[in-house]
Design a protein around this ligand. Structure first.
Ligand code: SF4
Length: 352
């Protein structure tokens, strides 16, 4: 039950408990996209607090992807050898009701101090194996252009760093922040990839498209990140519209994330099997450019993996059983002597 459906005193008291527990913010740009007459509006569902958030399940976690276990110092999450997260801020222009960092983001949660940023930069500089730094948090594009210029200069000065990636919701939820000054602040010696978080086609308003176009025309590749959410995009039509909207906004769909088990988010949950079935149906319907990878972030900080669907499986006779985009099954014979990767035994020869 969303904020605009509440009618009793007890509902209002329950909603107050939600807003005391988790941060709430909705930008004017997002408010303008919400249809107040639709009790199931997919935009409102993402941003307006709901008393369903009080329903916390035993398996839900404060830190569902295990950031803390991989954080050697403030602002750094180092889970993989070649890349790490640099969390500059803990605030966002909106607070998504399903956010996996909902217990750490919010007003009043400070970002990195100058000394902490210097320590984080020193940590990255001392590790030549780090190829990629991912700015997220909090939303890094909530920072002023002046502050971003300082941070980008520090990152561009690290010789072994290959690329910088920025995860942000700003181009869709607060597109006015994408100014010429901010775009210029992101342009430096190293390539910057911008990963735009959006979950519904309607988020790509004309102003959001203008913001994406300005970033793209400045030479910043744009990738799309979405979360599979019950009541927002859990249908073939909603996902098709979303990924096509991304492409026409110059954003290549990159990841469709399975929902993390953050507290009070079970009303958004879609099963893995449903997610796989949706992805299978999209395969036959949409261009390959419109296909993101369906991803699970394994709880506890164990990393991200694609979770299918799987289209090719090895049969006992050594053939591959391949499913086409329309669900029909085919046998695929690799031929007499396909090259095997080192250490992989050739399958037994097929008996005729
Ligand atoms: S913008 Fe990102 S970090 Fe901020 S609340 Fe939404 S999902 Fe969480």
């Amino acid at each position: 039950m969303g904020a605009h459906e509440l009618d009793s005193k007890s509902d209002l008291a329950a909603l107050k408990r939600v807003t005391e527990r988790f941060a709430v913010a909705v930008t004017p740009a997002i408010r303008a996209l919400i249809d107040p007459t639709d009790p199931n509006d997919p935009i409102a569902r993402q941003f307006d607090p709901s008393i369903e958030e009080l329903n916390e399940l035993a398996e839900e976690l404060a830190d569902p992807i295990g950031d803390a276990a991989h954080s050697p110092l403030p602002g750094i999450v180092h889970r993989y050898p070649d890349r790490l997260l640099l969390k500059l801020v803990n605030v966002c222009p909106v607070y998504c009701r399903f956010c996996f960092r909902r217990e750490t983001v919010g007003p009043g949660n400070q970002g990195l101090s100058g000394a902490e940023l210097d320590a984080a930069i020193a940590y990255i500089s001392a590790r030549p194996e780090v190829f990629e730094v991912i700015l997220n948090g909090g939303d890094p594009l909530i920072l002023s252009a002046r502050r971003l210029v300082e941070v980008m200069a520090k990152l561009n000065a690290i010789p072994h760093l290959g690329i910088i990636r920025i995860h942000t919701r700003v181009p869709v939820v607060d597109p006015e922040r994408i100014t010429p000054e901010l775009v210029a602040a992101l342009q430096g010696e190293k390539p910057v990839y911008v990963v735009v978080h959006a979950n519904h086609a309607r988020e790509f308003s004309p102003e959001a498209r203008r913001a994406c176009a300005d970033l793209s025309r400045a030479g910043l590749p744009l990738l799309g990140q979405s979360v599979l959410l019950r009541g927002v995009n859990d249908s073939e039509a909603a996902l098709s519209d979303l990924f096509r909207a991304m492409l026409t906004a110059r954003v290549k769909p990159y990841h469709l994330n399975h929902l993390d088990k953050a507290r009070g988010t079970s009303h958004f949950r879609v099963s893995l099997a449903e997610g796989q079935a949706l992805m299978t149906r999209l395969r036959g319907r949409l261009s390959g450019l419109a296909q993101p990878t369906y991803i699970l972030d394994i709880p506890g900080g164990n990393g991200k993996v694609p979770v299918g669907p799987v289209y090719a499986e090895k049969a006992e006779n050594g053939d591959w059983i391949v499913t086409d985009p329309w669900g029909c099954v085919h046998s695929y014979d690799e031929g007499a002597s396909p090259r095997q990767p080192a250490g992989v035994k050739a399958p037994p020869k097929r008996s005729k």
